[in-house]
Design a protein around this ligand. Structure first.
Ligand SMILES: *[C@@H]1O[C@H](CO)[C@@H](O)[C@H](O)[C@H]1NC(C)=O
Length: 438
């Protein structure tokens, strides 16, 4: 089905799907065999499916990867190098020097600000793709610039750029948050997931392995790797070999790829499995965000229930709690052991859940938003389509608690109040940010 959605006019198995037309027309009315009738019905059925596809699917947004730029066009030069060095300079003697990928993203912005605030050197990297409103990313970039964090405009797939960054700055840590996110968008643009979450990650690991010194890496995996696992709460030791979406599959692939780089090159690597992170400066493609937008506009929102009629729940985790988990992971990361692309000894390899341990039904999320916005939502309840979303997520965080001192403190109502306050200020017509298209 996914194949057909990508290329509706050229099915990948033409032999099976496309009947031999000349033969077919010629014999259709003469030989009323069940075989030819079957062929006729299957072609009518295929035409019907294609028609449905064209009627129900909105055209995909523009490609998410910025066109490849000419070297030196958006980065390079002595002034650029000065900005890079200055941003990466730590103000505390014990601080880290951190490269944050996806720095203009939701989690990337908050983590970069927190690191800078406590005295670490921070350099951001982001490709500002169009998966969601780039103006929101640019507004976050302004926030970062005001705090002294420079964000390099570039892609993790650009090997020359990464090499340059490691030549200019001896990073002690890489906080890798750049990724193609979203579960449902994978059906429209599968290539983007492979590009960022697999190829881009490998390119970054290559740069890290060759860097001298090798940095320690902390990166964002996802709770979606638990896929169809039904044992709750989800523990790091549970099976993760049944992904329910391409997004989850590429994150799982990332965990395996990370293990191989740890094993071969002695890179210290920590994966963080985030559980539905929300808060101010959040991602517009997430339910709490577009529910807020639609409720304020008086637009009907679609609330999914599971196919068996049960509730859909998420272990919503407030951004400040996630940031503490990220900093805890960076601070407890041991050094990589390799150098010059060679392993010198075994290195640390860790996986942690970062969740909130209390799943909340999506219907409760809507009720809280209605209270905070003082608007009654127009709701339509539909069974959840089988396009990659799972019924519930629930984190067991005892490992992160033990090793990172991770202890989430913000409940959903408190966190959403902070989000709504930010949302109303940010999108109010009088604000500085009114250029943000939404
Ligand atoms: C949570 O995970 C830990 C191991 O990290 C395990 O000892 C504990 O039993 C788990 N708790 C539950 C409720 O499954």
């Amino acid at each position: 089905m996914v194949q057909q959605l990508n290329e509706p006019t050229s099915p990948s198995t033409p032999g099976k799907l496309k009947p031999d037309k000349s033969h077919h027309i010629h014999h259709r009315f003469r030989i009323h065999s069940s075989h030819s009738r079957l062929t006729l019905f299957s072609s009518l059925f295929l035409a019907f499916i294609l028609l449905l596809f064209f009627l129900t699917f909105t055209p995909p947004p523009p490609p998410t990867t910025a066109p490849r730029r000419v070297l030196g066009d958006s980065w390079g030069g002595s002034q650029w190098e000065r900005l890079v060095s200055k941003s990466a300079r730590r103000s505390s003697a014990s601080g880290h020097t951190v490269l944050v990928t996806g720095a203009a993203g939701f989690v990337g912005t908050h983590v970069s600000l927190a690191l800078k605030r406590r005295g670490d050197g921070v350099l951001g990297l982001d490709n500002f793709n169009r998966y969601y409103d780039p103006n929101l990313k640019r507004a976050r970039q302004k926030l970062l610039e005001r705090a002294g964090v420079f964000v390099v405009d570039g892609d993790i797939n650009d090997a020359a750029l990464l090499k340059k960054l490691f030549d200019v700055v001896p990073f002690t840590h890489v906080m890798h948050l750049a990724a193609q996110a979203g579960v449902r968008y994978a059906m429209q643009n599968p290539g983007s997931y492979v590009h960022s979450n697999v190829a881009g990650f490998v390119n970054l690991l290559e740069a890290c392995k060759s860097a001298n010194p090798q940095p320690a890496i902390v990166w964002a995996s996802s709770s979606s790797v638990y896929g169809l696992n039904s044992k709750v709460p989800f523990s790091e030791k549970d099976r993760t070999d049944q992904p329910a979406s391409l997004y989850a599959a590429t994150k799982k692939a990332g965990e395996e790829i990370a293990h191989s780089y740890n094993h071969i090159y002695g890179l210290s690597i920590t994966a963080l499995r985030f559980f539905t992170v929300y808060g101010p400066w959040g991602r517009p493609d997430m339910a709490y965000f577009f529910f807020t937008k639609d409720i304020l506009k008086g637009k009907t929102i679609t609330v999914f229930e599971s196919p068996d009629g049960g509730t859909v729940s998420r272990d919503f985790t407030y951004i400040d709690d996630i940031v503490k988990g990220c900093l805890g992971a960076l601070d407890t990361a041991k050094k990589s052991t390799g150098s010059g692309g060679k392993k010198k000894g075994s290195a640390q390899f860790r996986v942690f859940n970062l969740g909130n341990t209390s799943p909340v039904p999506v219907s409760d999320l809507v009720a809280i938003l209605e209270r905070l916005l003082k608007v009654t939502a127009k709701k339509k309840v539909l069974p959840m389509p089988r396009n990659g979303d799972v019924k519930f997520t629930h984190a067991n965080i005892s490992l992160a608690h033990k090793d990172l001192g991770y202890r989430p403190t913000i409940d959903l109502e408190t966190g959403l109040r902070k989000f709504v306050k930010w949302y109303l200020e940010f999108y109010s017509s009088g604000s500085n940010y009114k250029k943000v298209a939404w």
